[in-house]
Ligand binder design. Structure first.
Ligand SMILES: Cc1cc2nc3c(=O)[nH]c(=O)nc-3n(C[C@H](O)[C@H](O)[C@H](O)COP(=O)(O)OP(=O)(O)OC[C@H]3O[C@@H](n4cnc5c(N)ncnc54)[C@H](O)[C@@H]3O)c2cc1C
Length: 303
């Protein structure tokens, strides 16, 4: 239904931001760090680990990026102080990749050194394809020095198999997801969900076979089943994988996976810059898609 996502994206600007905000709230763990940490504590009490994301992917200048680094540093200290079972996730653009790659590297290096002191793991999210090569390059450089760093692979990319082979050589710590930047060109990304799912399971199996730690990031129960089959077939140990889900999505499935003894982590985003993140989530929500679709059509017709 990628065509539908594209249509929804065109309709979304017609929906007032305040209305989008009402629906977006379910996906955001609060605007402040304190609220997000309280939510992580609640997840930990349910035997679910977390990865904390400070929202923001469009910093205007270096000062914005440095402010984000400061927030992450404080968050890492608090995770340690409160003994929370949580890592952090961050976007390279938030660390300045669109401004200057070396500046971004320095920010990541600084944060990873800080996180290492507090034994906190940092995962570098993957954004749209224009940032992919630089993100992989930064990751591989940082991995030479740090154990506490992981990256993300998007199964919808046609380059995913080649990229994965590079990751395997380096024994990377990888989160696999379908990919959220649905506007990628057909030359770059698969558009057929059956192929994306097949790519996801192929990448998963190959990473398992090569003993790379793998985060299985999906809410798609078919993929959860494929992953469980693969874990069983290859005898993957619990220390070598975990399921990952987004805050506010498919909590029932999340609890079922946990109750069957699989490790599970939730991605917990917080902050005032929730709009871009929320739009990606709303377009993936089948109920919201139909809601936004009917409202968008009504507005276009002037009702
Ligand atoms: C922990 C985690 C980290 C991620 N990191 C990245 C990243 O770094 N880069 C990147 O490009 N993408 C990332 N993603 C997003 C991912 O690429 C997908 O866009 C997203 O997870 C939806 O894909 P899906 O596998 O859940 O399958 P889908 O086919 O989209 O969803 C399967 C089912 O899950 C339910 N569902 C899914 N999303 C929602 C929602 N928002 N609201 C309500 N129900 C929903 C629906 O029932 C749907 O039918 C991440 C996802 C997770 C879980």
């Amino acid at each position: 239904m990628i065509w539908l996502n594209t249509l929804i994206a065109q309709l979304l600007p017609m929906i007032p931001k305040s209305l989008v905000g009402i629906f977006a709230k379910q996906y955001i763990a609060g605007e402040t760090l304190g609220q997000a940490l309280d939510n992580i504590k609640a997840l930990n009490d349910l035997k679910i680990s977390a990865t904390l994301d400070f929202l923001g992917e469009d910093p205007k200048n270096r000062a914005d990026c440095q402010a984000a680094v400061a927030v992450y540093k404080h968050a890492i200290q608090e995770i340690h102080r409160q003994q929370l079972n949580s890592g952090v996730s961050l976007k390279p653009s938030h660390m300045g990749l669109k401004i200057d790659k070396l500046f971004c590297f320095d920010n990541l290096y600084d944060l990873l050194s800080h996180a290492r002191k507090y034994t906190v793991f940092i995962r570098i999210d993957m954004e749209d394809v224009t940032l992919k090569e630089d993100t992989i390059d930064l990751y591989l450089k940082l991995k030479q020095e740090f154990e506490n760093v992981g990256m993300v692979m998007q199964a919808y990319l046609r380059s995913a198999i080649d990229d994965m082979n590079r990751m395997i050589e380096q024994r990377a710590n990888v989160r696999i997801c379908k990919g959220a930047y649905y506007w990628e060109d057909r030359k770059i990304a698969y558009k057929d969900m059956r192929i994306i799912n097949s790519s996801f399971t192929y990448l998963l199996e190959k990473l398992f076979l090569n003993h790379c730690f793998t985060g299985i990031a999906t809410h798609d129960e078919r993929l959860v089943f494929e992953a469980i089959k693969c874990i069983d077939k290859l005898g993957v140990s619990k220390g070598n994988y975990e399921f990952q889900m987004l805050y506010g999505v498919q909590e029932n499935l999340r609890n079922i996976i946990r109750d069957h003894g699989h490790p599970i982590r939730v991605y917990v985003p917080f902050g005032k810059e929730w709009f871009a993140y929320a739009i990606r989530r709303l377009k993936e929500n089948p109920k919201m898609v139909s809601y936004i679709f009917t409202n968008g059509i009504r507005r276009m017709l002037g009702h």
